[in-house]
Design a protein around this ligand. Sequence first.
Ligand code: IVH
Length: 686
Amino acid sequence: MPATAAEAARAAALREEIGRHDHAYYVLDAPTVPDAEYDRLFRELRDLEARHPELAAPDSPTRRVGGQPLPEFSPVRHAVPMLSIRTETDFGPDGARNFDTRVRRALGLADGDPPVEYAAELKFDGLAINLRYERGLLVRAATRGDGETGEDVTQNVRTIRAVPLRLRGAGPSVLEVRGEAYMSRRDFRAYNERQRTRGLPTLVNPRNGAAGSIRQLDPKLAAERPLSFFAYGLGEVQDWAVPGTHAAILDALQAMGLPVCGHRAVSPGPEGLVAFHARIAAMRDALPFDIDGVVYKVNDLALQRELGFVSREPRWAVAHKYPPEEMLTTVEAIEVQVGRTGALTPVARLAPVFVGGVTVTNATLHNEDEVRRKDVRVGDTVIVRRAGDVIPEVVSVVADRRPMKDLFGGEPLHPPFVLPTSCPVCGSAVEKPEDEAIARCTGGLFCPAQRKQALLHFASRRALDIEGLGEKLVDQLVDTGLVRTPADIYALDLDRLAALDRMAEKSAANLLAAVERSRTTTLSRFVYALGIRNVGEATARDLARHFGDLPPLMDADEVGLQAVPDVGPVVARSIARFFAEPHNREVIAALRGAGVHWPIHAAVAAGPAPLAGRTFVLTGTLPTMSRDEAKGLIEARGGKVAGSVSKKTDFVVAGAEAGSKLDKARELGVAVIDEAALLALAQEGE
Ligand code: IVH
């Protein structure tokens, strides 16, 4: 039956759309839709053309395989064409059985004949590369291109550490190795993290990262995006006795120093393939790289030759896919989450979509800059990626599916995203330093989202040191509503504590005693305990020494704060912002109201600094002081503590069982003192 006008129009529309996606994918290295969607369009067109051959226009994308070579790279004609591989779309065990049935039929085997032996391996999600070795030396690397002609990418492939520049042993006169260049998930994440903190564009997925890196014109930039490689087959071979099976070829390549993936199997008949497919599915998330399926190959090369090819695809191999890790869905809303450290993260609420093995309903958008760069808006159709056990993320927007106010290409229906200026959880001001990508809530002591983190930090050993107030108890105290801010810790009593799950009376009493002890502290511990961003122990000490008491510190402006040694504009700004937030001031007032105090003389603002300019190294166990206490004393008196002994060390303070540092001190002639001598030195001038 000839095609209807509607079918002809649909075929034309599909050709046009697929052509656009091809260009974006192969030429721009910037895919516009996920593979699953592309495959769906492609299949629809192929089926239409199969039913109505007159629709198969000469320029139909179904008539070619792969991409066109980029003009920037010299073309390389493949001595043996680089073919593609048929895909089995049935995700279940039938995928393997259907392949076996086809193979047996093509070989004319009857039901009673022995099983065909198969090799199973992973289908790596990267970029196919042909490595040409002549007499063992890597002379050229090329992409697949359209299968006949690829691009010369030798320079960039040389940057891949996994690719040997010379083969082990005496290499054959010609050996072409085919395989996949890929980017590991770890390298992908690290690259994107780095880009995000620099405010630069990120890669959409590791495969795209591999393609971009291989086709990067500047080999130095290519090296910045590290790739790996797995060999899975051969191209042209001269002067080498090719082993008789696929599995033996891979073993031989491995012996020559080429990287071959260890996850492979040989199976007589299809059931071993079914098991392989299931086993790899179970470990897919845990693999260090993306795969989109497994590949089965007839193991015996003689049988492979007998089976041959149909329309540029070997009859002896098939790809058996897994459910995709990238899918299309729509954005229903963009919300902002506040993390434990106050970081504001925009999150897309999505129409539920099954991706990477789970149903995803929200996906991170990382930060405001990234939402802007990707221009994600409510109503948009987006690509969602969930690979490995990493949280799902929005990769990109399908621009031409954005809802518009009218049909004539007018304005988008929804405005661009903007981050709120106050915290969506507690209403405190939001801070975003100019050179940072992450915006944060400044209500650290007050914000419910940051409560648990703030309490744990407040009670930690180097802060107010409330022994027994650990993660589990903080969870309970916050979840039952007993404690909201650190000040509430001081209102706890035996009755309330005893009401908690698994809280024995003795531990409740111990905790209350620890709380009681913590009421008397030092200014520097207190300042550190507040959990001000960028204020660690050392800065807290400097602040305490400089200001002497809390009120002048709380009221200092950024200029005044920068008068403190080692406090630069970034730290000064964090401090000023923290104390500018009324919520934080309320909590501090409540803490002081609850009796938390510090002896003013503990602030050594104008105090003596008898150890100034002297460097100490601590070693062994001191009789009365812990390592931290000794360090605290030395630093409070203006000295420095170093980790290793050098000529610049003034004193080594040695206790029991002092080790190699003591030997080193003797060797360099550095003065060795004990705890008593340290105390005496520290008291000079008092
Ligand atoms: S064999 C003649 N084995 O999948 C068979 N291909 O369409 C040639 N791929 O882009 C391919 N892992 O780069 C083969 N273990 C594997 C593979 C694999 C990934 C890619 C290949 C090509 C596509 C095949």
